[in-house]
Design a protein around this ligand. Structure first.
Ligand SMILES: Cc1cc2nc3c(=O)[nH]c(=O)nc-3n(C[C@H](O)[C@H](O)[C@H](O)COP(=O)(O)OP(=O)(O)OC[C@H]3O[C@@H](n4cnc5c(N)ncnc54)[C@H](O)[C@@H]3O)c2cc1C
Length: 366
């Protein structure tokens, strides 16, 4: 039976960032398994591509710490390797008094998380920045931006490959069995099996499923679908514009983002679903219009068209409290060298380089 030292399951942005981070040490002893024909075919190419600042997440949570660290690392990486990104700045806009109070709480949380450039701005200043936006006040985050996530993934892929890592595409992990000193993985490629000492489970929507199948006590995942509508023609805004987020950490509200070509899109909303499906129902348009018109009253509805959907692998179910990322070596559960990355929803793209550092740290500790 073939043996490899380190196996990464999943070539989304997280598996790729981890592969690039570990390749200098493990090189040819590193194998990345991906069920699709190429990298980044699931959640990593179905998101807002926002480089978040780290405003919303509870202080000291992994989401807060890895987002703040990841944002800094991503901008540095983009600068050094010509990965397209734009520091557009973001406005979180309050429409009523209650939301204005909420902005102050967001400001406090953001500052506690180490986001030091946040500024509460008046309605007048907001109008100067964004004449089409209606707001009583806003929280301005100058360092929030957007990135070409495909270019980022291509960079990580090439980096890992150039240092000797192997990528096995069109290969799905069917089962994982724990043995002395490692694991045996069975794949769907002619039932090919191999053994590995270390597993890094970056399987996104499937990560909890694989972990449970292996026998590791694992929380359930909830699939939270987010749809987007694109806006044809000239964008009425220049910044990223977000409403005040709904209470309880249930998404960030339907917001306006601009891609690197200046194309405007709105989303994502949040709907819990039983199993992944990416269909965008055009009947959601009314909901979108209502949400957007609160802060962009003159929105031209005719220009909104269903675009795409992504699915968040959430540990937090409907009505539940905040749940953090889980990134841990499962040695306490009796599975040493099995590193689980679970519930890697937003801000996973922003946090990718910091998550990769965290995984490298776990490997050093073991
Ligand atoms: C609607 C939406 C908006 C978002 N917006 C943002 C944002 O603006 N900013 C931000 O920072 N983050 C955002 N995120 C979060 C970010 O997109 C994710 O955190 C990130 O893409 C997760 O990457 P991943 O590699 O863990 O998952 P994925 O990209 O899903 O990669 C997992 C890979 O594992 C593979 N796989 C699964 N099972 C197996 C198996 N058994 N065998 C082999 N391969 C397998 C899959 O095919 C897939 O390629 C958003 C997410 C969503 C859904």
């Amino acid at each position: 039976m073939e043996k490899v030292k380190v196996t990464i399951i999943g070539a989304g942005v997280i598996g790729l960032a981890v592969a690039a981070r570990l390749a200098p040490e493990f090189g040819p002893e590193l194998l990345v398994i991906e069920r699709h024909e190429s990298f980044g075919r699931e959640t990593s190419s179905r998101n807002s591509e926002v480089i978040h600042a780290g405003i919303y997440y509870p202080p000291n949570s992994l989401k807060a710490k890895l987002c703040v660290q990841g944002q800094r690392q991503l901008y540095e990486l983009c600068h050094k390797h010509d990965i397209p990104c734009q520091r557009l700045g973001k406005l979180i806009v309050a429409i009523d008094e209650a939301e204005e109070k909420q902005l102050e709480l967001n400001l406090g949380t953001g500052r506690e998380n180490g986001v030091n450039d946040l500024e509460l701005i008046t309605a007048g200043r907001c109008r100067q920045l964004e004449p089409a936006v209606k707001a009583r006040a806003a929280l301005f985050s100058p360092s929030t931006g957007t990135i070409d996530s495909h270019s980022l993934m291509r960079f990580y892929h090439q980096q890992a490959k150039s240092l000797g890592a192997t990528f096995a595409f069109n290969t799905e992990i069917k089962s994982i069995e724990s043995t002395t000193g490692g694991y045996i993985l069975e794949t769907t490629s002619d039932s090919f099996s191999f053994s590995t000492k270390i597993i890094i489970n970056c399987a996104g929507l499937e990560a909890t499923v694989l972990s449970r199948k292996t026998g590791i006590p694992t929380p359930l995942v909830h699939y939270a679908k987010g749809c987007y509508f694109s806006y044809t023609g000239k964008s009425p805004v220049k910044h990223l514009v977000y409403p005040v987020p709904p209470a309880g950490g249930h998404g960030l509200g339907i917001h306006a983002t601009l891609d690197l070509g200046g194309r405007l899109r709105f989303g994502p909303d949040l709907e819990y679903i039983e199993k992944p499906d990416y269909h965008v129902d055009s009947s959601r348009k009314n909901l979108f219009c209502q949400a957007i018109k609160r802060y962009l009253p003159d929105l031209d509805e005719k220009r909104l068209e269903p675009e795409m959907a992504g699915i968040r692998p959430r540990l937090q179910g409907p009505g539940n409290e905040f749940m953090d990322f889980i990134i841990r070596d499962e040695k306490k559960a009796g599975f040493p060298g099995f590193i689980n990355l679970l519930g890697i929803e937003s801000p996973g793209l922003t946090a990718a380089p910091a998550i990769a550092d965290k995984v490298a740290g776990l490997l050093e500790d073991s």
